[in-house]
Design a protein around this ligand. Structure first.
Ligand SMILES: Nc1ncnc2c1ncn2[C@@H]1O[C@H](COP(=O)(O)OP(=O)(O)OP(=O)(O)O)[C@@H](O)[C@H]1O
Ligand SMILES: [Mg+2]
Length: 323
């Protein structure tokens, strides 16, 4: 088995926006040439502001939406090259937990049904007793109890619902889980407990995480590696400790110096950094970050920097790294 459970190469996801039949479609470059590797058993965090392409990246990696170009290798196999039947097994191995625990669980279904549904599809013919046994096991693992199986989502708090969503993701024995801001809709006091549970379960079940977040304290707590995303591109990437202590990209520096603040509209926190993120339809010339970079020089406006190794295992896309 390859050392990296997941490897993505030059992944792109463009959305075409058609305003009218006559106008030329506009293209949103939500994910624009992203490559990275995730070592087995580790947590790889993707961090960036709202609109930077985190969710699109997570979904494209799982083939929940089709990539425009690029490669996604899972245990060395390109999942985009598989036929429907072959892909089924990969679908089971790769799961996702969404941000919003209120909309992600069907309100009229029992928890038992919500968690057990996937088992009925993937393990056809499995006895009801075995299904219940596994559901009980995962409920316990996420900090809930067997009797919770016979309740409905509305009987649970946000934190408990997110535990249920996670139980549903791990019940099929996946090896890789994408967690898309799994705690950002939760109260701060609940967040810490859910994060602790996610960390412990990862060890027990032998999982690998792709963890999407805008919150650097969450990255600090959980991640082994981090990739900083800006307008659909990775601008800095490496071991978390290395990137946090030796941030070399001005954008990473900016993120590290900004604190997430509550956003009453989105009912969650959001990173506020100076200036608006430009549109991914018409990204700035040269370095995409130059319009907000306080160190920008003329080269930055004119020439796009290439992603390169800055130190061992630490890559950067910047003409003038900070450290
Ligand atoms: N289905 C779609 N059609 C058109 N554009 C889309 C679509 N999905 C996402 N986008 C655009 O792609 C860009 C990246 O969006 P995405 O949701 O991936 O960002 P994000 O980093 O997850 O943001 P947030 O932190 O707000 O969740 C945005 O400009 C968004 O408007
Ligand atoms: Mg998102």
């Amino acid at each position: 088995m390859p050392e990296n459970i997941l490897e993505i190469n030059n992944l792109k996801k463009y959305f075409e926006l058609k305003k009218s039949v006559f106008a030329r479609p506009k293209v949103v470059r939500a994910v624009d040439n992203v490559s990275f590797k995730i070592p087995r058993g580790s947590t790889f965090a993707v961090v960036g502001e709202s609109g930077s392409g985190k969710t699109t990246l997570g979904r494209t990696v799982l083939k929940l939406i089709e990539a425009t170009a690029g490669q996604v290798l899972m245990n060395g196999t390109d999942i985009y090259s598989l036929n429907k039947k072959e892909f089924m097994e990969y679908r089971r191995k790769m799961q996702i937990v969404f941000q919003d625990p209120y909309n992600s669980l069907h309100p009229k279904k029992l928890i038992k049904t919500i968690i057990g549904e996937g088992m009925k599809i993937h393990f056809k013919g499995m006895r009801e007793q075995m299904i219940r046994k596994r559901i009980t096991e995962v409920l316990n693992e996420v900090g809930l109890r067997e009797e919770h199986m016979f309740r409905y989502p509305h009987e649970f708090s946000g934190g408990q619902r997110q535990r249920i969503a996670f139980a549903r993701a791990i019940v099929l024995n996946p090896v890789f889980v994408v967690l898309d801001e799994p705690t950002s809709a939760l109260d701060v006091s609940v967040q810490a407990m859910v994060l602790k549970m996610l960390r412990e379960t990862k060890e027990k079940e032998g999982l690998t995480y792709l963890f999407i977040t805008h919150d650097l304290s969450v990255v600090d707590y959980l991640a082994d590696h981090v990739a900083v995303l800006y307008l659909g591109q990775v601008v800095e990437m490496g071991k978390k400790d290395e990137v946090f202590t030796n941030a070399a990209h001005p954008y990473t520096e900016l993120l590290l110096n900004s604190n997430p603040v509550p956003d009453p509209f989105l009912k969650r926190e959001k990173i506020i950094v100076d200036g608006e993120i430009p549109s991914p339809i018409n990204p700035p010339s040269g370095c995409r970050f130059h319009t907000r970079c306080r160190y920008a020089r003329s080269k930055c406006r004119e020439q796009e920097p290439v992603e390169r190794e800055h130190r061992a295992g630490h890559s950067i896309k910047c003409h003038y790294p900070l450290s």
